[in-house]
Design a protein around this ligand. Structure first.
Ligand code: COA
Ligand code: AMP
Length: 632
C-alpha cells in the first residue's frame, strides 16, 4: 500500500493536540483529561492533565474483560535453563493481584518506589505490572550491573521494597544476585523495609529473617486468599517508573515515565510503527532492564492485547545461532525487534544462514532494529537471509519510543540504508550547529527536537529537575538536545552518525565512559586516564582505557592493567565489557586541558583524523599511536 505517512505526519503538525487526543481514545481512562496538553504544568508542559487511569488495568484487566482471558499474554522461553511457560491474560490478572496484595501487606502503596533487580523471568514482568496496579513506581535495574551501581540507584530512588531473585544465568556462569543485593543494601544510605526473593532452582540463597521474604511462599498465600485487588487510579502525569540510564558522569540519570502519555504513545506505535494487530505474537529480544524491554517486552504489546515473548537466552550459544529462528517458528512470532549487534553475532557464527533454512519462518513479517546504528552490511545480510523488511529505527531511553522510523502500519516508505527513515508524529526534528543555527539538508550537526516532546517522553529526571534542564534543554533553548549528531537529507530522512557526549554503545548497551574513568582513576597507581569507545566488529564499540601512571610506579604494567579491568567489573559490572587497558606516558590535551578523546578514538579505529588546532603538544598523539600499534 502507498504510505500514509506524509498525510499522518501533516495531520499531527496541523493539530498536535487533536492528534494525541484521538490516539488517547484507544486507552481506557477512569476520568478523562481536562487538557490534552497543559503548557503551564511541569518543566515544559504535561500531557493528559487531570486524567486518571491505571497502566496495569489497560495492559491486563481490560483484555480479560473483553474476551482475551485465555489468550497467551506472555510466553516465557528460556533456552538457557530449558524452561518454557505460558501465562494467559487471566493468569496475569491473578498474578498481578496476588503480587499487588503481597506488596500492600508489606506496606507498599501509591507513589512508593520498588526496585526490581531480576533476570529475564516472567516474575520480572509481573512485578512491573503489579507495581503499576497499586500505583507504586518501579525502577528496574539490569542484572549485569554490580553492587555499587545498584546501590547508586537505591540511594537515588529510596525504594521501600526490592524484588529480586537468587540468581541470573549467563552462558558461562550462574550470577549470584543475592550477595550483590546484600552488598548494595549494605553500602547504600536508604535501606528498603523488605525484599521479596524469587528462589531459582539453579541456585538458591539464604534469606535474612525479618527483611527477606520468599516470593513463592508469599505468592502462594496471596493466591490462596484470592483477594481481588482493583487497579489504583493514578494521575496520567504520575510516574509509572524511573529507569536509570548512563549520563556523562558516574551518576546515572533517573528517567521518569508517566502513566497516561506513555500508554497513548506506545499503543499508537504498535499498529502504526510495528504493524502489529491485537492477538498477534510480538517479540522484543532485549532485557527488561533496558528501555526496549520496558516498552516492547512488557508495556506496548500488552496494552495492545498482543502476545509478548520473554526470552532468557542469547542470540548465539544458547544453544546455537539458530535459537532466534526456533523461537520464531515455535511461537509463531510475526514481528521481531532486537539490536543489530545480535544479528552481527548470529552472522558471525552462521554467515550462510544454514540454521535459518531449518525452520519454518513463513509467518514472520518484519524485523526491527534499534539500540545502535544499524550498519548497512548487517541490514543487507538480514534481508537476504530472511526475505522480510529490515527496519532500522532510532530512539533513546529518554523518549521511550521511536523518534525516527519507517512506520510499517502506515505503509512502508522506501528504505535508505544507514538511515532510520523519518520523524514520527510528535517529533519536529532540526539539525543545528554548535551556536544553535539551523543547518541545511545534508549538513552534519546536533540533532534536536523542537519542544514540547510528545507523549511518552520524559517529563523530567527523578529528583533532578535542574539536571534535566541543563542536560537536555539549556544548550539549544526551545529544543531537546538528543546528544546524537547527524543530518537530515533533502527527502527528510534522518541519519544518526555519532553521540556528541561521552556515551558509548557496547553490544546495544548504553554506557558512560565518564563513569568508567571515575572508577579507573580511583586505582592507586593511576594518575589520570581516558576511556574511549573503539570499533568492535560484533559489539559496535568496546571501551579502551588509556592510563597514565603515577610518577615512580615501577610495578609490572600487566598487573596494573588486570587490576583496572577487574575494578571496572567490580564497580560497574560485567556489562561494561571493559577488557582493554593501555599504559601511555601522557594524554593528548587541548591548551585548556581538555582530553582529546575523539582524536584518540579516530587514531585507534584507523580513521582519518586532523590535528586539532588547539592541541597542546602534538607529539603525544604519536606516542598514543605507537602504543596502539604495539598492541595490535
Ligand atoms: N546479568 C549478568 N551478567 C550479564 C548480563 C546479565 N543480565 N548480561 C550480560 N552480562 C555479562 C555477560 O555475561 C558478559 O560477561 P563476561 O565478561 O563474563 O563474558 C558481559 O556482561 C558482557 O555482556 P555482553 O555485552 O552482552 O556480551 P556477550 O558476549 O555476553 O553477548 C551479544 C554479546 C551481542 C550476544 C549480547 O550482548 C546481545 O544479545 N546483545 C543484544 C543487546 C540488546 O538486547 N540490547 C537492548 C537494546 S535492543
Ligand atoms: P538507549 O538510551 O540505551 O536506548 O540509547 C540511545 C542511544 O543509542 C541513542 O542516543 C543513539 O546514540 C543510539 N541509538 C539507538 N538507536 C539507534 C539507531 N537506530 N541508529 C543510531 N543510533 C541509535
Amino acid at each position: 500500500m502507498a504510505s500514509k505517512y506524509a498525510e499522518v505526519y501533516q495531520g499531527w503538525q496541523d493539530n498536535p493536540e487533536g492528534f494525541w487526543a484521538e490516539a488517547a481514545k484507544e486507552i481506557d481512562w477512569f476520568t478523562p483529561a481536562s487538557k490534552t496538553f497543559d503548557a503551564n504544568e511541569g518543566v515544559y508542559g504535561r500531557w493528559f492533565t487531570g486524567a486518571t487511569c491505571n497502566t496495569c488495568y489497560n495492559c491486563v484487566d481490560r483484555h480479560v474483560e473483553n474476551g482475551r482471558a485465555d489468550q497467551p499474554a506472555i510466553i516465557y522461553d528460556s533456552p538457557i535453563t530449558g524452561n518454557k511457560k505460558t501465562l494467559t491474560y487471566r493468569d496475569l490478572l491473578i498474578e498481578t493481584q496476588a503480587l499487588g496484595n503481597v506488596m500492600k501487606s508489606k506496606g507498599v502503596g501509591k507513589g512508593d518506589r520498588v526496585i526490581i533487580y531480576m533476570p529475564m523471568v516472567p516474575e520480572a514482568a509481573i512485578a512491573m505490572l503489579a507495581c503499576a496496579r497499586i500505583g507504586a513506581i518501579h525502577s528496574v535495574v539490569f542484572g549485569g550491573f554490580a553492587a555499587a551501581e545498584l546501590a547508586t540507584r537505591i540511594d537515588d530512588s529510596s525504594p521501600k521494597f526490592i524484588i529480586s531473585a537468587s540468581c541470573g544465568i549467563e552462558p558461562n556462569r550462574v550470577v549470584s544476585y543475592k550477595p550483590l543485593l546484600d552488598e548494595a543494601i549494605e553500602i547504600s544510605n536508604n535501606k528498603p523495609q523488605a525484599t521479596l526473593i524469587l528462589q531459582r532452582e539453579e541456585e538458591t540463597c539464604d534469606l535474612l529473617a525479618g527483611r527477606d521474604f520468599d516470593y513463592s511462599d508469599e505468592m502462594a498465600k496471596a493466591r490462596e486468599a484470592a483477594d481481588s485487588l482493583p487497579c489504583e487510579p493514578v494521575l496520567a502525569t504520575d510516574p509509572l517508573y524511573v529507569l536509570y540510564t548512563s549520563g556523562t558522569t558516574g551518576q546515572p540519570k533517573g528517567v521518569i515515565r508517566d502513566n497516561g502519555g506513555h500508554m497513548v504513545a506506545l499503543k499508537w506505535s504498535m499498529k502504526a510503527i510495528y504493524d502489529v494487530d491485537p492477538g498477534e505474537v510480538y517479540w522484543a529480544a532485549s532485557d527488561v532492564g533496558w528501555v526496549v524491554g520496558h516498552s516492547y517486552i512488557v508495556y506496548a504489546p500488552l496494552l495492545h492485547g498482543a502476545t509478548t515473548i520473554l526470552f532468557e537466552g542469547k542470540p548465539v550459544g544458547t544453544p546455537d545461532a539458530g535459537t532466534f529462528w526456533r523461537v520464531i517458528e515455535e511461537h509463531k512470532v510475526e514481528t521481531l525487534f532486537t539490536a543489530p549487534t545480535a544479528f552481527r553475532a548470529i552472522k558471525g557464527q552462521d554467515p550462510e544462514g544454514e540454521f535459518i533454512k531449518k525452520y519454518d519462518l513463513s509467518h514472520f513479517r518484519n524485523l526491527f532494529l534499534a539500540g545502535e546504528r544499524a550498519d548497512p552490511d548487517t541490514i543487507h545480510w538480514a534481508e537476504r537471509m530472511l526475505g522480510v523488511p529490515v527496519i532500522d529505527h532510532w530512539w533513546q531511553t529518554e523518549t521511550g519510543w521511536t523518534i525516527a522510523g519507517n512506520p510499517m502500519g502506515l505503509g512502508k516508505l522506501p528504505i535508505k540504508y544507514g538511515s532510520p527513515t523519518v520523524p514520527m508524529p510528535g517529533y519536529h526534528m532540526e539539525v543545528l550547529d554548535d551556536e544553535g543555527n539551523p543547518l541545511a539538508a545534508g549538513e552534519l550537526g546536533n540533532i534536536v527536537v523542537k519542544m514540547p516532546l510528545p507523549p511518552g517522553c520524559l517529563p523530567t529526571l527523578w529528583n533532578a529537575e535542574e539536571r534535566f534542564k541543563s542536560a537536555y534543554l539549556s544548550e539549544f533553548p526551545g529544543y531537546y538536545q538528543t546528544a546524537d549528531a547527524g543530518f537530515i537529507d533533502e527527502d527528510g530522512y534522518l541519519f544518526i552518525m555519532a553521540r556528541t557526549d561521552d556515551i558509548i554503545n557496547v553490544a546495544g548497551h548504553r554506557l558512560s565512559t565518564g563513569g568508567m574513568e571515575e572508577v579507573v582513576a580511583a586505582h592507586k597507581d593511576v594518575a589520570e586516564c581516558a576511556v574511549v569507545g573503539i570499533a568492535d566488529e560484533m559489539k559496535g564499540q568496546s571501551p579502551c582505557g588509556f592510563l597514565v601512571l603515577n610518577a615512580g610506579v615501577n610495578r609490572d604494567h600487566e598487573d596494573i592493567k588486570k587490576e583496572v579491568v577487574q575494578l571496572v567489573r567490580e564497580k560497574i559490572g560485567p556489562v561494561a565489557a571493559f577488557k582493554k587497558a593501555l599504559v601511555v606516558k601522557r594524554l593528548p590535551k587541548t591548551r585548556s586541558g581538555k582530553i582529546l578523546r575523539s582524536t584518540m578514538q579516530k587514531i585507534a579505529d584507523g580513521m582519518e583524523w586532523k590535528m586539532p588546532a588547539t592541541i597542546d603538544d602534538p607529539a603525544i598523539l604519536d606516542e598514543i599511536k605507537e602504543v596502539l600499534e604495539q598492541q595490535s
